[in-house]
Ligand binder design. Structure first.
Ligand code: NAD
Length: 472
């Protein structure tokens, strides 16, 4: 049972043995010593992290069960396997990525050596959310470690059990002088944000993203903001409705819709809406039986606050086409489809972040494009169509973080695709090589010979600029 307990500052004094200022100071001393610049050291730390996930599967699964009611299979697939995959991918390519790059030389640099050196930024802060408390804290941190930075991890205080496991495990597996966990909520994050970091990576809401951005501004600290938003689904009648419904509902039911790239709402015509609802009812029953609450495969809502927020979207019973059941004790919300929704309804005015799918009826693809463009740029966009013209119309006339065509969420898990938002859904990107690049400063270097003979080539650039020089 999730105690729903929020860490308080007093409790955190027991968890954090040092202040945020002390941690940053100690980490900087280590960074300046050059310890994390050694590739062998970085690789060893990544291997240790892999070992941490392998040796503590049970503790991690138990924490995810307590925080989100996840069962073993989904805990492992969603949080640990994804993270392990990212570590293995980075380990495989780290030697190659960290080598200097030698870009092509303009002819006038013929006698010079030009190269790009991959420098770590220094001491970086990684702030995590609660929805994938392990994956979304460690996946960015892997990039930071791989690039040679010292890291301060701040797990979300909302996923209480996971935060506890993270603060116990990290010191056991990672170098204690270069990597630190700082526990806590708003007070502690504020304390961290007052420090001078060399990079800040934040995953969370747009509202807090703005606070992080403003704090980073004080020292012109570069940031990556992985935020949220309302990710639309466009569905037309050129696709198989059963397959489309399954793929849309899978995205909506995965972690009970508590995913940044979950399909937020559906845009389709009235005729497609009717068909979609019939299929959706059947699919939900097939997956979770008539009694979703007792299915072991359906995740719970993280906290009472979020349960209450989501419940308010279900007040108008006339709008509920499928589902609608809730249970406050278990923080359970049934997969629910809402119809007769207008763009002014509260459910269309904020990111839902739960298993509720409103359908907004449109006349055609142009309506869909106009609607998408009337809001903030979403983190993800899902296009279900086999029509090439429709696909290109949407792709070329909207802006969003990333797109999956004829499925949901899947672009997120491709190691070789950068993942990130745009506008209010975020800035910067990561995953695979982008994680390494995010935490790497590309230092441009030009190296010249210093012989007297060589110097003669440059006589024209030094004053005085005589008539002869000008004519040369
Ligand atoms: P959140 O913004 O409430 O919290 C994230 C972090 O910010 C936590 O560590 C928290 O301690 C800290 N925080 C909260 N309030 C603060 C304040 N006033 N000052 C300073 N720090 C503060 O986000 P959340 O509820 O944990 O996560 C849900 C949100 O995150 C959704 O909007 C979702 O879309 C987004 N998200 C985005 C991604 C992505 O990759 N783009 C992934 C997961 C979640």
């Amino acid at each position: 049972e999730n105690t729903n307990k929020i860490f308080t500052a007093a409790e955190n004094q027991n968890t954090n043995t040092k202040t945020a200022a002390q941690i940053v100071n100690d980490a900087r001393i280590q960074f300046n010593s050059g310890k994390t610049k050694c590739i062998k050291f970085r690789k060893q730390q990544l291997k240790n992290l892999l070992k941490m996930f392998e040796e503590n599967e049970e503790a991690i699964e138990n924490a995810l069960a307590l925080d989100l009611g996840r069962q073993k299979f989904t805990a492992s697939i969603y949080d640990t396997e994804f993270t392990k995959c990212q570590i293995k991918h980075i380990l495989k390519y780290l030697n190659e990525w960290s080598k200097p790059e030698y870009p092509p030389k303009p002819i006038y640099n013929y006698f010079e050596n030009i190269r790009i050196q991959k420098d770590p930024y220094g001491v970086v802060l990684v702030l995590g959310p609660w929805n994938f408390p392990f994956a979304l804290l460690f996946t960015p941190a892997i990039g930071a470690i791989a690039a040679g930075n010292c890291v301060v991890f701040k797990p979300s205080e909302i996923s209480v059990a996971s935060a506890k496991v993270i603060s116990e495990l990290v010191p056991r597996y990672l170098d204690n002088e270069c990597y630190y966990v700082y526990d806590g909520g708003v007070v502690e994050t504020t304390e961290l944000l007052q420090q001078r970091f060399d990079y800040i990576f934040f995953t969370g809401s747009t509202a807090v993203g703005k606070i992080v951005h403003a704090a980073a501004n004080k020292y012109l600290t570069p940031v990556t903001l992985e935020l949220g938003g309302k990710s639309p689904v466009y569905l037309d009648d050129t696709v198989d409705i059963e397959i489309a419904a399954k793929r849309i509902l899978w995205g909506k039911c995965f972690n009970a819709g508590q995913i940044c790239v979950t399909p937020d709402y559906l845009l389709c015509t009235k005729a497609i809406q009717e068909k979609f609802i019939l299929v959706a009812e059947k699919v939900i029953k097939e997956w979770y039986t008539d009694d979703v609450m007792n299915s072991p495969d359906f995740t719970r809502i993280i906290s009472n606050k979020h349960f209450e927020r989501l419940s308010t979207f279900l007040i108008n019973q006339n709008n509920i086409a499928v589902g609608g059941k809730t249970d406050a004790c278990q923080r359970f919300i049934e997969p629910t489809i809402l119809i007769n929704v207008t763009s002014d309804d509260p459910v269309m005015r904020e990111e839902i972040f739960g298993p509720i799918l409103p359908i907004l009826v449109i006349q055609n693809v142009y309506d869909a494009i106009d609607y998408i463009n009337s809001g903030e740029k979403p983190l993800a966009l899902y296009i279900f169509t086999e029509d090439k013209k429709t696909k290109n119309l949407i792709l070329n006339n909207t802006s969003c973080g990333g797109v999956t065509i004829n499925d949901t969420i899947m672009h997120f898990v491709v190691n070789t695709l950068p993942f990130g938002g745009v506008g209010f859904s975020g800035m910067g990107s990561y995953h695979g090589k982008d994680s390494f690049d995010t935490f790497t400063h590309k230092k441009s270097i030009l190296e010249k010979g210093s012989s007297k003979q060589y110097e003669k080539l440059f006589y024209a650039r030094y004053p005085p600029f005589s008539e002869r020089k000008r004519n040369d």
